[in-house]
Every structure is written in C-alpha cells, then in structure tokens.
Design a protein around this ligand. Structure first.
Ligand code: XMP
Length: 541
C-alpha cells in the first residue's frame, strides 16, 4: 500500500504541527505519526515517500527516551532528522552525541562546510548538498538544544556548523539520510523553508500537488462514493469548520444533507439570519433553523455561576438536537451519517489519527443522540489544518469574511454577560459587539493591505465586547447617567492557547469608544482589557 506523502514522526517536539504545516505549505501531503506507531504502519505495508523526525525534549541517552530501531534506517525512504531527530539518527547509526557545557538557544549564524573534517577532503562539498541547495553560508538559523552531534556516523559528512555546534547539518546522501540541528520550520530560520523544500522535492522527489482545489475535488468524489444515496445530517453553527464541512458535503450529495441550526438566542447581532441567508439561500442547502431562545433564557434565568451557565447551555443544546434529530428521522425515514467539522489539530491532540470512520452512538461530540440511533461519522476535514479548511472554503465559494471568521464559543454571548443573563444585557452586548467588529474588521483590512498577510503578527485574532455587570456614574448632555460599563477584549494569537492583548492604535480605540457610548443605549463607559493569556483567559467566563 503506497502512502503518497511524508510522515512527520513525532518525538514529542513542541513544533510537530508546525513542521507538518510547513510541509503542507510546500504542497506535499504529510501526516504526523507517533514514533511508537511507525513500525505498525510499515508492517501494514505502508511506505512513505520520506520521513521527517521532529525535535523532542529528551536526550538520546536518557532511559526511556523515544527511539527507533536501526532497521528503520533501511534506506527504503529518505529521512530528515531535526534537532532531537538529528541526534537520534546519529546515535542509532553509531555517531556520538554529547552534552557540552555551552547550550545554544536563539538565532545563530550557520556556516557551510565542516570544522572537524573538511567536508571537501571527505569527498563531498557542502555546495554539493541537495539539502542546502540555494542556501548561502552564514545565514541565521534558530537553535534550541543542549546536546549536539560531536561525531557523525560512518558514511556521513558534516555540511555546516556554527560557532558552538560542530554539526549544524550532516548527511549521507547515498542512503538518503539528512539531519539538521537547527529548526528549519520556525520563521526565525529564514532559509528553513528552502531546506524543507529541498528535502521534499530534490531528495524525496515529491510533486507539489497537495492543493485545496485538488483536495475539494477528490473529497467530493469520495463522499459521493461513501454516502451513495443515503442521508446525512449535521449541526450547523455557522462556524468555519462546520460550515466548510457542510458546503463540501452538500456539493457531493445535495439535498441528502440536512443541517440543523440550533439558534439559542445567544448569537451575535444578525448572525442567525446570516447563516440562513448564506447557506440556505445562496448555497441552497436544506437547513432547519430551530428558534429556541425562550427555552434557553428560561433555563438561564437567575443563573450567574459561569460553570453552571456553560453546563445548562451544553445540556440544553443536546436536548434540542436530540429532539430535532428524532423528528428528522421520522420525516426522512433513515439517516446514516452524522457530519462533523473535526479538523487535524483535534485529531492530533486527542492522540488519534487511525483514519477509519468511527461509529458513534449517543453522547459523543454533538452529544445526546438517542441510543437507538447508530450513525456513522463523516469527518471530511479531519486531515486538514485550520488554514487549509479556510482555503477549501474559499475554493467552494464561501465569502472571505466567513472563511476568515474569528472563533466564537459554543455557549455564545452568555459567557460574555457576567452575572445573570437578561435580554436587556444581551442587547447591549450585541449592539456594542457589532460596532467593535465593524471597526476592528476595518483595521484588520488596513493591516492586510499594508502587509499583504491576512493574519499578520498585529492582526487582531479575536475581538468582542463583554458586559462586566457594573454600572458607573457619567454625564451626558448635562444630565447624570448611571449606566453599564462595556469591556472591550481584543487579542493577537495563533491558536487561542496563548494570546496577548492587541496593540490597537489609539485612534481606532477612540472611535470604538465614542461609537459604543453614543450609539448603544445604557452604556456610558468603555474599558480595554490589557491582560495576556496566561494569566488571563481570552473569554471572561
Ligand atoms: P479561553 O477563554 O479559554 O478561550 O482563553 C480560548 C479560545 O476558545 C474559545 N472558547 C470556546 N470555544 N466552546 C468553544 O467552541 C467553548 O465553550 C469555548 N470557550 C472558549 C474562546 O473564544 C477562545 O477563542
């Protein structure tokens, strides 16, 4: 069985997903494989076009340090070791890894050639190295290691070094083994993508044919074959993942897909109508909107504890979805698949990646499906990174503002309304949030025009208003007011795991503040949240 791509063998490095994303950016398909699973997959007959070893926190000499048997280095496929992966390659093949007094962290110049044995006299010049093709000498790279390779294994040549590391890169081109001590995947190594592309194209002979246009075309065909004329249902929230998954499956099977859109009344201004307009009217998808805001408000009445709010909303969502899917079963006769917008980071982080569609019952994921409803899970995006999901969305004709939509939590505005939720407070959040979104969207567009990058370092990643349940005194038109303060939260981040408060220019903040106070009834004061995560969280509840 041919595996037409690269394995990124994970040794516990913090950049494993980043390496995989860089490979995909070079239009080559890859999967992250735990090092414990490679033998199993090889035994099952898979053969990758190449393998990249990630870094990792261990030293090769530690007991229990992740390793692979020497037989893995059969020469059947090329291997590129990065950092710990480089040291492991040296260690397993008979080289010497040591722990010097001097540790190397940060940006360092890397010089082509060798200090130990001049590479030229050993029969290869670094200029001949396919891995270092188009890489100049003395460029800056990013190092982060305590151990290094002091002596390369037989058959290997050193091809570059730094002031404090004798083996910045080494190779045995006859067997297709390459290794770099630095991290080519991080942007602090500007030539890193050249190295990775050299490995993929020159060494492994991969074709750059992993594109989202190809993916969408092939996936649609595959979904048609899998589903046939059976029926699929999904919970559409309007978020990026569920929307792209639904549009993709709709392309494949049309009206055999039914989407259930649970409108719990905790969405942002205009959001429910927008979902119906875009996916119902423009994409002609079969969507059932269930308006249950009264039901949610009744359950939330007087509840101010954040965790209780979340639990109530989660349980109520499941109850509604359960009732609606039963009703749909009755209308449609039989439904065989539940579509979900699971994406690759979810799969990797949950330690999964088996690839076979799991049969779910009852309370998984969407949760609460009746026990007698055994549905097969359809997860067409489970191998894609978020950026790839967005690109598929664009391929399918979903508007950029939807495809690049900021994250929005499942419990919605309830967790941005501190204390007990009321319709009056939700209205203030909806209106102030709409103004904030207009202004920050305009600011992000400005940055996009200036930098040409949609998610530049300064782009605001997530932004919303919160109502902290405090009122203060103000003066408006000579009259005293006693109104709500609105909090503005705007952060930069890449994945929501950590974040920093966005350094929004004062003029933008000024407009936001003036507009909210002037346009939203019941608000007389604006606060800007200056807390990073950690120690804060992005949401306030
Ligand atoms: P925190 O507040 O934990 O949020 O820093 C990190 C990211 O997760 C989003 N978030 C949620 N998303 N259901 C979701 O789908 C939730 O219950 C939930 N809570 C937080 C949050 O908006 C941020 O992007």
């Amino acid at each position: 069985m041919e595996f037409n791509g690269i394995w990124v063998v994970d040794f516990g490095g913090q950049y494993n997903q980043l390496i995989a994303r860089r490979v995909r950016e070079a239009h080559v398909y890859c999967e992250i494989v735990a090092y414990e699973n490679v033998s199993k997959r090889l035994a099952a007959g898979e053969c990758p076009k190449g393998v990249i070893f990630t870094g990792g926190p261990n030293s090769v000499y530690e007991t229990g340090a992740p390793t692979l048997p020497e037989t893995f280095f059969s020469g059947e496929f090329p291997i590129l070791g990065i950092c710990y992966g480089a040291q492991l390659m040296a260690h397993v093949l008979g080289g010497k890894v040591v722990s010097p007094d001097y540790k190397e962290y940060g940006r360092v110049a890397v010089t082509k050639g060798s200090t130990v044995i001049p590479a030229e006299t050993a029969g290869v010049t670094s200029a001949d190295s396919l891995l270092l093709k188009d890489v100049a000498s003395d460029e800056m790279c990013w190092m982060s290691h305590t151990d290094y390779i002091e002596q390369v294994p037989d058959g290997f040549k050193v091809t570059s070094y730094t002031a404090n590391c004798p083996t910045a890169s080494m190779e045995d081109s006859n067997r297709g083994f390459y290794a770099v001590q630095y991290h080519p995947e991080v942007h602090h190594t500007p030539f890193g993508q050249t190295v990775l592309k050299n490995f993929l194209y020159e060494v492994c002979h991969c074709e750059p044919n992993w594109t989202m246009a190809n993916f969408a075309k092939e996936k649609i065909k595959e979904i048609r074959e899998t589903v046939g004329d059976r029926k699929v249902m999904c919970a559409l929230s309007g978020g990026v993942d569920s929307s792209v998954a639904a549009v993709l499956v709709h392309e494949a099977i049309g009206d055999n897909l039914t989407c259930i859109f649970v409108d719990h009344g905790l969405l942002r201004k205009g959001e429910g109508d927008q979902v119906m307009q875009v996916y119902g009217e423009e994409f002609h998808m079969k969507i059932k909107r269930v308006n249950v805001s009264d039901r949610f408000m009744a359950k939330l009445d007087g509840v101010s504890d954040p965790e209780r709010k979340r639990k109530i909303i989660g349980a109520e969502f499941i109850a509604v979805f359960d009732e609606e899917s039963k009703a749909l079963f009755e209308e449609e006769g039989q439904i065989d698949f539940l579509l979900q917008g699971t994406i690759y980071p979810d799969v990797v982080e949950s330690g999964g990646g088996g690839g076979k569609a799991a049969v779910i019952k009852s309370h998984h994921n969407v949760g609460g499906l009746p026990d007698d409803m055994a549905l097969e899970l359809l997860e067409p995006l489970r191998n894609l990174f978020k950026d790839e999901v967005r690109a598929v969305g664009e391929e399918l004709g979903i508007a950029p503002e939807l495809v690049w939509r900021q994250p929005f939590p499942g419990p919605g505005l309830a967790i941005r309304c501190l204390g007990a939720v009321s319709e009056e407070k939700l209205e203030i959040i909806r209106e102030s949030d709409a103004i904030l979104r207009e202004e920050i969207d305009a600011y992000n567009v400005r940055l996009f025009k200036e930098t040409g990058v949609r998610n530049s370092e300064n782009s605001v990643w997530q932004y919303f208003t919160v109502l902290p349940d405090i009122r203060s005194v103000g003066v408006m038109g000579d009259a005293r007011t006693y109104d709500y303060a609105v909090g503005v939260r705007a952060v930069t981040s890449t994945d929501g795991m950590t974040s920093d408060w966005a350094r929004i220019p004062y003029d933008v903040l000024e407009t936001i503040s003036n507009r909210i106070v002037n346009e939203v009834n019941g608000v007389n004061r604006i606060l800007y949240d200056l807390t990073s995560k950690p120690p804060g969280t992005i949401e306030w509840e």
